[in-house]
Design a protein around this ligand. Structure first.
Ligand SMILES: [Mg+2]
Length: 178
């Protein structure tokens, strides 16, 4: 069960600020795309607040890298619009994070893995030893398979000890919706 426990639960990806990272000795963020940065299947212009947040990270010297299970075309589309490097499909939870660390030339201890899914982002991040952050999904529109996974996630989150999470994060439960 420990391998499914996120180190922190935050209300949104933008809560990962340069200060929050430096307080934890983190220098880079490996980001999930779908339902973490943009709603599942969404295309279009990058939201302004997202671009501003990314710009703030870059100015603070925080490296940002996208690790997505999305198609190459979709990942390339968003990498271009967000101005960040990344790749997909990464094959999370078993693959992807090690490759990203290799490309960034960083160790797992130096990076946060941020995503909306326990069984891909959190599990994969924990398996390599990164600082894992779970955020609520941006959209409830998902594949049937993922909806089933959400029910399992809620069960796992309820069974984890809330006191064990990063104290500055949010509590599991109310912010994790379908
Ligand atoms: Mg996701």
């Amino acid at each position: 069960m420990k391998v499914l426990r996120p180190k922190a639960l935050l209300p949104a990806v933008t809560a990962v600020t340069p200060q929050w990272l430096s307080e934890r000795g983190l220098r880079a963020v490996l980001l999930d795309l779908d339902n973490t940065l943009v709603p599942y299947e969404a295309y279009g212009e990058a939201p302004r607040h997202l671009l501003e947040w990314l710009e703030g990270l870059k100015q603070a010297g925080v490296r940002v890298f996208l690790v997505s299970n999305g198609s190459p075309r979709r990942v390339r589309y968003w990498c271009e619009r967000l101005g960040v490097p990344g790749f997909g499909p990464a094959g999370k939870p078993w693959f992807g994070f090690r490759e990203a660390l290799r490309r960034l030339e960083l160790t797992a201890r130096e990076v946060a893995v941020v995503g909306d899914q326990l069984f891909t982002d959190v599990l994969g991040g924990n398996l390599v030893g990164a600082y894992t952050v779970l955020v609520p999904p941006l959209s409830s529109r998902e594949m049937g398979y993922t909806r089933l996974v959400r029910r399992l996630e809620r069960w796992v989150l309820r069974s984890l000890n809330p006191e064990a999470f990063d104290p500055e994060g949010v509590r599991p439960g109310p912010t994790i919706k379908d």
